[in-house]
Design a binder for this molecule. Structure first.
Ligand SMILES: Nc1ncnc2c1ncn2[C@@H]1O[C@H](COP(=O)(O)OP(=O)(O)OP(=O)(O)O)[C@@H](O)[C@H]1O
Ligand SMILES: [Mg+2]
Length: 263
């Protein structure tokens, strides 16, 4: 079956994919003890869309994505992923959900004692339970080619630069072909050139795999490159939404503060 842009897709008819909402959040709330972290989070993420979340440190960005993968349980509001209520899922359903969601952690942990190849094979053999070595080799090759790291296949993470390790982390997440990607500060700690490369890679991955993504970042260049839409989070709520160009013109003080750091 072919989708509108000519890609082969065997899962669903093209008509079902167009404008399909993959994550729906309405009035989401989450607190810890006395502290209300998420007060009222409402958004829809559409298929193949890159949504960037900007917000000050501690505003609840990581908590939001931890709710999406079911690591944290919301206190109130609606949260559905592929139409299913995450809070109502049992362990097995959560496991199935997490196969469809790639999560690039803020720390991007790799297994230090494993080579790049072994790090990439791990989710294929352990999560997808693939046994065919030719299939495994092909997937490793494809994804490493995608992130431009074919030469590093037999290296250990300790032999790689920070930017290369991020790429391997990204490759390891993408190798299972997740339908949704959650990037938690993918460029933090990288120099501007490497950051730009990672941002462009995120964009390429969206185009190549038609992934829907939430990208949490403080890096405005990353937001500019990757975002179809940006939401600005402040004190547990989204206070502004728009394209990079639209928000650049905003009069809101908080929105302005993100853009004033860049020229
Ligand atoms: N498991 C937890 N238990 C208690 N408090 C938590 C927990 N996780 C997060 N918090 C608190 O929730 C608030 C929001 O945290 P969160 O990690 O979502 O911030 P953030 O927006 O991702 O910030 P940063 O940009 O620094 O990563 C913080 O005050 C944090 O201390
Ligand atoms: Mg965070």
């Amino acid at each position: 079956m072919k989708t509108e842009d000519g890609n082969t897709n065997t899962k669903k008819p093209a008509s079902a994919k167009k404008d399909e909402v993959v994550i729906h959040a309405k009035g989401l709330k989450k607190g810890f003890g006395e502290k209300e972290v998420l007060k009222n989070i409402t958004f829809d993420l559409k298929r193949s869309e890159n949504m960037v979340v900007l917000g000050r440190s501690g505003s609840g960005k990581s908590v939001t994505i931890q709710c999406i993968v079911g690591m944290l349980k919301p206190d109130g509001g609606d949260l559905t992923v592929f139409g299913e209520n995450v809070a109502g899922m049992n362990d097995n359903e959560l496991k199935q959900l997490r196969i469809k969601i790639g999560f690039l952690f803020q720390s991007g942990a790799l297994y230090d004692s494993m080579t790049v190849r072994e790090n990439l094979e791990f989710p294929l053999t352990r999560v997808l339970k693939i046994k065919d070595q030719a299939d495994i080799d092909q997937r490793v090759e494809d994804v490493l080619d995608g992130v431009g790291l074919m030469d590093a296949v037999d290296k250990l993470p300790s032999d790689l630069s920070g930017g290369m390790r991020k790429r391997v982390g990204l490759a390891r997440t993408l190798i299972v072909k997740p339908e949704i990607m959650l990037y938690d500060e993918p460029t933090t700690g990288l120099d501007p050139i490497t950051s730009r490369e990672i941002s462009e890679l995120i964009l390429n991955m969206q185009k190549k795999y038609k992934t829907s993504s939430i990208i949490i970042t403080h890096d405005m260049e990353c937001a500019r490159i990757t975002a179809d839409r940006i939401v600005v989070m402040e004190d547990g709520e989204y206070i502004a939404e728009g394209s990079y160009k639209e928000l650049q013109k905003s009069d809101n003080k908080i929105v302005k503060s993100f853009f004033s750091e860049t020229i």
